[in-house]
Design a protein. Structure first.
Length: 116
């Protein structure tokens, strides 16, 4: 399986981006999908998760109310809308696919830089 992220970039504080993660090579509809991020010198942390059917989402406290995760199972794609961006949101954002008893899939990451 493969995950390919896109949509990162340089944005001013208060701005927005839409990150995308295209999945291939596995049965997308059977996997929970998540976004993680890793800031320079820090550990990778969970940002948001959406269940396989898209019926439930969860967010880290630091992004709740500003970020929104969604998925289009017809397109094998998961999205992360990132709004009201702050400099501390600067990080590489990674897409993750997880299913019980299976090895996780990870994307290569997309850089988000928030700076004026």
């Amino acid at each position: 399986g493969q995950l390919v992220e896109s949509g990162g970039g340089l944005v001013q504080p208060g701005g927005s981006l839409r990150l995308s993660c295209a999945a291939s090579g596995f049965t997308f509809t059977s996997w929970d999908m998540s976004w993680y991020r890793q800031a320079p010198g820090k550990e990778r942390v969970l940002v948001a998760t959406i269940t396989s059917a898209g019926s439930s989402t969860n967010y880290a406290a630091s992004v709740k109310g500003r970020f929104a995760i969604s998925r289009d199972n017809a397109k094998n794609t998961v999205y992360l809308e990132v709004n009201s961006l702050k400099p501390e949101d600067t990080a590489v954002y990674y897409c993750n696919a997880r299913r019980a008893y299976y090895r996780d899939y990870w994307g290569q990451g997309t850089q988000v830089t928030v700076s004026s």
